[in-house]
Each structure stands twice: as structure tokens, then as C-alpha cells.
Design a protein. Structure first.
Length: 593
């Protein structure tokens, strides 16, 4: 674990955290607005001393606009008690809230102020009707029934739940009616258009065949009882749920070809066009097993290409822990690269995308970009490609927390869960030879006063000021809001790709946005599609507009068609409605939106 820089003393109420400034670029600056925003959520893993494996795995968060008022609201996934017949007094760390513990929904009420809008999170769980009391893991926020209101799909240890947004501030449980109640241990999912019909399907990533009856006692090399590793259990198969357009789903995993590959210990997933053929592919991060790259054949078939493409194993030919995953064009060559977070003494892994249309090819560039050594001692989970310093280049954020107890850190009454680790950020800089590398930001940039056992990371513009803020969830600890204050005085452009009226003008998921600039390569960004770890981020896209002039915005939709719009006005979010732009490139005619 990297030593923290001396002299960092911050308050959770109003911390100002800054990274190193670089010549000609913005200083990285965050404010910890957790308390001032009214965010009072604390995750509880219900640990009771038995060291049940699921205790160290959850949980995530979602940023989404549930009330269609133009700002991002927040959903946080909660744990519960495992075993002991619901006797909460048996927990090592007592639960102090109302029983039973439940997921929470917070409405964002932005309040204008002299220096920008102030975030105010209001807990509206009770009035929303959401009663999610399972042992929660992750969440997806997407309009699954095409009615213009974003729904929630909650992943659990046990049956998942689909909460339909009724459009009046309330949600109803449509799990049984929708056919989405997968009973296995699900950690993550992607809501994306697998079959090109513009409806959102669900690719559900399942982890292990675990139950209290199959719980095992695992020992460290020192003979001490510890949490198990995934190799102690059998992997669970993933699910592909195809949407009929109204929010009812059927499992097409076998028909699509998922059964042709060995199941993996799935923890992360994202959906994006990874091979440049204008069809949506799926990348699954498997824990200590080869990762899966499911290439979309366009005929309902998904072909597993992880090993052949080079994206299944690291450069040494080894499978890694693969908890979190994100995609972004870090090198500015126009295609999405892959970044995965791993166990300590593995390093995180960066795969550069060298694909040609219809032929996926990835290369491990971890050490070449200086990402190996700084992540060697970290166990990382949630992650995102984020332009932290608003210079047009995608940086990386990764949040960390161990899953097994380290030597020299015994469990005590005062610290029964000593798994905390510092979080990390890596700034994208020129390598001096025409390429890019990553430079660690200042220690403490994403931590505040004390590191926690971090898991989920949801990225999005919470205060609508044009830069990307972060929600960090902590296992058995508080959720935190970090507001990005870097270069907020500069111009920026924000766009929100949305489907047409026939599909409720819902936010798009898994689309590619290209911001074309005069005399410079386009900035390529992905809108929606999942990623990170057990979390869901902002479906909108923002880019700085202070450099080369923006000429036009191009959106590649999930059915392969593309449209262009002239540059929108700066310092605002503009909806790009499918069917309202100018068709671009050679493409087949499709049905009107």
C-alpha cells in the first residue's frame, strides 16, 4: 500500500483535496460535500464473525435522473444480515437504523448559489415505495419499458428486483411480471441493446454458487481464519435477458451462445462497440478466471473472443482478479480501450484497443503506461475513465479495499474490519515519445480524512457544472460525494443522447459519441453501457470546449446508424434526440425512431 503524503488534514464536512498542477493544465481539485449535501447513508454488511464471503463484496450505487428534472439523483445499495435467523444483535458491528436495512433513494434538489449550484440530497425512500431489503450488491438505472422514466434493476445475493418508475415519484415491484428475478448471486449487469432493436436488454453477471449451507472456512498461510477466495466455490452462469419492448424479458443466454463458454466468476461488465463494426459487444470481468469478450455477430449470436483478442489474460498469460472494468479512449486514437482493477500483487491492467472492424485485438499496456507499480499493493474495485483535470484526456479513478486480512493488521473490537486502503487517481500525460502514460495524483485525492473499504464508484456531473463528480461507496462504511472543482470557469459542452418518442425519449445506453473539432482529432466518449463495479453512472457526456473549436457532434446508435448535429451551445446540456440529426456515413435504412 502506498504511503500517504504527510500533512494532509481534511474534514469530511468540507474537505478540499488537490493534486499536483502541471504546466499548462488545470489543478485537480475536489471538495468532499458528503455532509453539506445531506448524504447520510452508511452501508452495513451484517458481519457476524462467521466471515461469510458475500460480506466483503458489496455494494454499489447509481446516479440517474428519476424525476426528469435535469439533475442526477442517487440510489445506494444496502447489505443485510446473513444467517442467525435475523438476530441483528449477533452482528459484529451493530445496525443502528430502522429494521430491516434497505436500499435508499436520494432526490437531488440543486440550490442556486453565487459560486454554482449546491447539491442537496433528500432521502425519498419511504415516499418512493421502494422496499429493497435483500442482501444487495449492485444496481442498474435504465428505462427498461420505454415510457420515458428511468427504472431500477437491483442485483442481490438471491433474487434480483426490478423497480418500475411510475413517473409520479413512486416505484412498483415488477420483478415477477418482467421475468427478471434471477435467484443467483448477481453483482453487476448492463442495460444495453444486444439485438439492435433499440430496446434495452439486460446482461446479468453472476458470481459464485454460494449459500450459507455451502459456506467454507478458509485459512491464511499463518493458519488464521479469513475470508475465502473465489476458488473455494463454483462459478455461476451469466444471464442474457431480452426485452420485448414493454419491459418483459426472456432469458436468451443459451440461444445467444453464452452456454458455449465456461462460466466465469463474473464481477464486472460493460457494453460498447469494441471491435468497430457498429454492433454492441459485451466485456465481462471474471474473478481469477479468463475474462470474456462477447462479440456481437448481428444475428442474435454472441461469440466469445477473449483469448483470441488478447483481452482475457494479462501480458504474462495469467488470469487476474478482475473486479471492476471501464472503457475509454485514453490514447485518442478513436476506439475504446479497457481498464480492469485487480487484487493486490497483481497490478491493475490496461488493454489498448488495436482492433480493426470485425476483428478485435487488445494489447496489455499496463507497464508501458506506468500503471503497474502504483497499483501493485492495492485491491481495487470501482473504476472509471474520467477527465479529472478537464484537459480533454481521459484520466483514471480506482477505489480500493482489501478482501482478506493483511499480516500485522489484526481484527480488534475497535476495528473488526481492517480492510481499508487508500483510493487512487491516475492523470493522463504525454510520455514524451508521442504516446500517453499515467501519473499518480496526490495521495488522499479521493480519500478525505480516512481511507475506507471502498467498492462502488459512480461518476457523473452531480452539480451540473460541466465536470465529473464521484460517488464512492464503502463496504460497512459511509457513502461519499466528491465534487470536482477543477477549472469550472472554463467553457464546456454537454450532450444527452436520447431515443425518440416511440421509446419514451429515454436516455441512450451503450452509444458512442464523437466530438469533432477543427484541426484536432475527435474526442470519443461512451454514453451509458455500465462498467465500474456494481454501479451505474451518468448517461450524459461532457467535454471541455476551451481548446480547438467544436464543429459537430456525432452519435453512433446501437443499431449501427449514426447522426450528426452542429455544435450545441456551451455550458449547458443539450438533448440529441435520435432522428433529429443529419444521417452520416454509409448505412442501411432503418425504421424511424
Amino acid at each position: 500500500m502506498r504511503a500517504r503524503a504527510a500533512g494532509i488534514a481534511v474534514s469530511l464536512a468540507s474537505a478540499v483535496l488537490s493534486g499536483p498542477a502541471r504546466a499548462g493544465e488545470n489543478e485537480v481539485l475536489f471538495t468532499d460535500a458528503t455532509r453539506s449535501a445531506g448524504l447520510d447513508f452508511r452501508h452495513w454488511n451484517g458481519m457476524s464473525g462467521h466471515l461469510y464471503y458475500p460480506e466483503v463484496v458489496g455494494a454499489g450505487a447509481a446516479l440517474f435522473d428519476y424525476d426528469n428534472d435535469g439533475d442526477l439523483d442517487l440510489y445506494l445499495v444496502q447489505g443485510n444480515l446473513l444467517g442467525n435467523e435475523g438476530d441483528r444483535t449477533s452482528a459484529t458491528t451493530p445496525w443502528k437504523g430502522d429494521w430491516p436495512p434497505r436500499d435508499r433513494l436520494y432526490r437531488n434538489d440543486l440550490e442556486p448559489s453565487d459560486d454554482g449550484a449546491a447539491v442537496r440530497f433528500i432521502d425519498v425512500t419511504e415516499e418512493s415505495g421502494i422496499a429493497a431489503t435483500g442482501y444487495g450488491m449492485g444496481v442498474v438505472a435504465a428505462d427498461l419499458d420505454n415510457d420515458g422514466w428511468v427504472d431500477l434493476y437491483v442485483l442481490n445475493l438471491g433474487a434480483n428486483q426490478l423497480w418500475r418508475n411510475e413517473g409520479d415519484g413512486t416505484f412498483s415491484d415488477r420483478t415477477e411480471a418482467s421475468g427478471t428475478g434471477d435467484p443467483r448471486w448477481s453483482v453487476a449487469a448492463a442495460a444495453a441493446d444486444y439485438d439492435g432493436d433499440l430496446d434495452l436488454d439486460l446482461f446479468v453477471v453472476n458470481y459464485l454458487n454460494f449459500s450459507l449451507a455451502t459456506h467454507k472456512t478458509c485459512l491464511t498461510e499463518r493458519g488464521e481464519v479469513d475470508y475465502c477466495l473465489p476458488s473455494a466455490y463454483q462459478p455461476a452462469a451469466d444471464a442474457l435477458l431480452v426485452n420485448d419492448g414493454s419491459g418483459r424479458f426472456e432469458d436468451a443466454a443459451v440461444a445467444a451462445g453464452l452456454a458455449a463458454a465456461r462460466p466465469g466468476n463474473g464481477l464486472g461488465i460493460l457494453a460498447a462497440d469494441l471491435d468497430g463494426d457498429r454492433r454492441l459487444d459485451f466485456y465481462v470481468a471474471n474473478d481469477l478466471m479468463p475474462n470474456h469478450l462477447w462479440l456481437n455477430g448481428g444475428n442474435g449470436e454472441l461469440v466469445e473472443d477473449g483469448l483470441i483478442s488478447g483481452a482475457a489474460l494479462n501480458a504474462d498469460g495469467e488470469a487476474e482478479a478482475s473486479m471492476g472494468v471501464t472503457a475509454g479512449d485514453y490514447d485518442g486514437d478513436g476506439d475504446p480501450d479497457l481498464f480492469l482493477t485487480h487484487f493486490h500483487r497483481e497490478t491493475n491492467t490496461l488493454y489498448r484497443n488495436d482492433s480493426q472492424p470485425g476483428s478485435a485485438q487488445f494489447r496489455d499496456r499496463t507497464n508501458a503506461t506506468d500503471l503497474g507499480r502504483p497499483s501493485w499493493d492495492a485491491t481495487a474495485f470501482g473504476t472509471a475513465f474520467v477527465d479529472l483535470d478537464n484537459d480533454g484526456w481521459l484520466d483514471l479513478a480506482a477505489v480500493n479495499g482489501a478482501v482478506t486480512f493483511a499480516a500485522g493488521r489484526p481484527r480488534t473490537k475497535d476495528d473488526p474490519f481492517p480492510l481499508d486502503q487508500p483510493n487512487q487517481a491516475f492523470l493522463n500525460v504525454a510520455d514524451g515519445a508521442g504516446g500517453r502514460r499515467f501519473e499518480p495524483a496526490a495521495d488522499g485525492l479521493l480519500d478525505g480524512e480516512t481511507p475506507f473499504v471502498s467498492r462502488g464508484l459512480a461518476a457523473g456531473d452531480v452539480d451540473n457544472d460541466g465536470d465529473t463528480d464521484l460517488i464512492i461507496t464503502n463496504n460497512n462504511g459511509p457513502a461519499r460525494l466528491l465534487l470536482n472543482q477543477t477549472g469550472t470557469e472554463g467553457d464546456w459542452i454537454g450532450v444527452a443522447p436520447v431515443l425518440g418518442a416511440a421509446r419514451g425519449r429515454r436516455p441512450a445506453s451503450g452509444v458512442t459519441v464523437r466530438v469533432h473539432r477543427a484541426g484536432a482529432p475527435p474526442l470519443v466518449r461512451l454514453a451509458g453501457g455500465g462498467g465500474s463495479y456494481a454501479s451505474w453512472g451518468d448517461p450524459r457526456v461532457t467535454v471541455p470546449a476551451g481548446g480547438p473549436k467544436v464543429d459537430r457532434i456525432e452519435v453512433q446508435w446501437t443499431d449501427g446508424t449514426t447522426e450528426e448535429w452542429p455544435a450545441p451551445p456551451p455550458r449547458a446540456y443539450t438533448s440529441l434526440v435520435r432522428g433529429s440529426g443529419e444521417r452520416s456515413g454509409e448505412q442501411e435504412d432503418d425504421a424511424p425512431p
